[in-house]
Design a protein around this ligand. Structure first.
Ligand code: MRU
Length: 347
């Protein structure tokens, strides 16, 4: 795999609009949509048009910038009121990924420091452009740190999509895989389909095949057997939030991969930029998003369960620190016991 291979750019600022890949259409169609109202950006985040912790953070920040650019406010106080409304609407879309709150706080701090409407608009646009570039740069740094943990010939299991599609570009868990490949290592990827929203099959298998990686799609139920059969060397997953006590919140299904990895002595590495660490909260203080039952009882609009059956649809789970071999971040590797070492790496 060469350094020059193309990776998708998922979220962009485009002359006063937020431009994003509509991930609900993948893998069938690769289509960008543009939004010039924060309400539509919020709706896109809620419906998983854009998804993945770093991507929704930057999209929400751009949603606030869109509100500023298109506002008719004549005074800075009026503009700040409008932006506060946009920020609270965007923050209400999804509760688990901390990047959403980190990103909206960051742009609201910029707005708070602005003295007039023009200065605020200008500063917000500059800030979101910076955030987008920083995201890709952080993923590249993270990828390099993580690549040192990967050996030539490794087969790596992942979960959900923690690739270019979950970020502005390059990816977190898939960033590690990209960087290992850029170092000349031959890696293969096992991709669980990730029910119910199928980010594994629809997005990760699409992204990896498109970029020329060797990947094998499996059903979620096949994870244990693949490990038992000796077909997995390492697990590298993303994270939507890492709490200060070392718990890793990630897409539902990650915890069972971590438990099975422990059973089969497979190193388990979450990969996350500093913006996904929540150094203020412990795991008890995090809300796990419960998504609509429709995602479970239907596949792509087709009913697969009896009418009226009760459904639980938690979108994320939580892996305790004792199952984590190390966390790969853009500031370096957080080694086990991760709960004791986070603060030295993420400052
Ligand atoms: O519900 P999603 O698709 O937004 O889920 C988030 C994720 O993409 C994963 O949990 C991922 O591993 C963390 S984001 C890099």
């Amino acid at each position: 795999m060469k350094e020059s291979f193309f990776t998708l750019r998922t979220v962009m600022w485009d002359e006063g609009r937020v431009k994003m890949i509509d991930q609900t259409l993948l893998p069938g169609r690769l289509l960008y949509r543009s939004y010039d109202r924060w309400e539509d950006v919020a709706d896109a985040i809620r419906r998983l048009v854009v998804r993945g912790a770093p991507a929704i953070g930057v999209a929400a920040a751009m949603g606030i910038a869109v509100a500023a650019v298109n506002s008719k406010a004549r005074s800075i106080d009026q503009l700040k009121l409008e932006l506060a409304k946009a920020a609270s609407g965007l923050r209400a879309t999804r509760p688990t990924a901390v990047n959403l709150f980190w990103a909206t706080d960051r742009v609201m701090d910029v707005a708070a420091r602005s003295k007039d409407v023009d200065e605020a608009r200008d500063a917000l646009v500059k800030e979101v452009l910076r955030m987008a570039e920083e995201d890709v740069a952080a993923n590249r740094r993270l990828g390099k740190f993580g690549a040192d943990l990967i050996e030539d010939g490794d087969t790596i299991i992942t979960q959900c999509n923690a690739g270019a599609l979950a970020t502005v570009g390059y990816g977190t868990a898939l960033g590690v895989i990209r960087a290992a490949s850029e170092q000349g290592k031959c890696v293969k990827v096992i991709v669980p389909e990730t029910r119910p929203a199928l980010q594994g099959s629809r997005l990760t298998a699409f992204e990896l095949s498109r970029d020329g990686f060797s990947c094998t799609l499996i059903s979620d139920s096949a994870v244990g057997f693949m490990m038992q059969s000796g077909k997995v060397d390492k697990a590298v997953v993303g994270a939507d939030r890492v709490t200060k006590d070392g718990f890793v919140f990630n897409k539902i299904g990650t915890y069972q991969i971590a438990v099975l990895s422990k059973r089969h002595e497979i190193p388990f590495y979450p990969a996350a930029p500093a913006s996904s660490f929540d150094l203020k909260r412990t795991h008890e203080q995090v809300t796990i998003e419960e998504r609509p039952a429709q995602e479970v009882v239907e596949i792509r609009g087709r009913r697969i369960a009896p009418k009226g059956v009760p459904v639980a649809n938690p979108a994320f789970d939580m892996t305790p620190p004792e199952l984590v071999t190390a966390i790969v971040s853009d500031r370096g590797i957080v080694r086990s016991p991760v709960q004791d070492n986070i603060s030295a790496v993420i400052r």
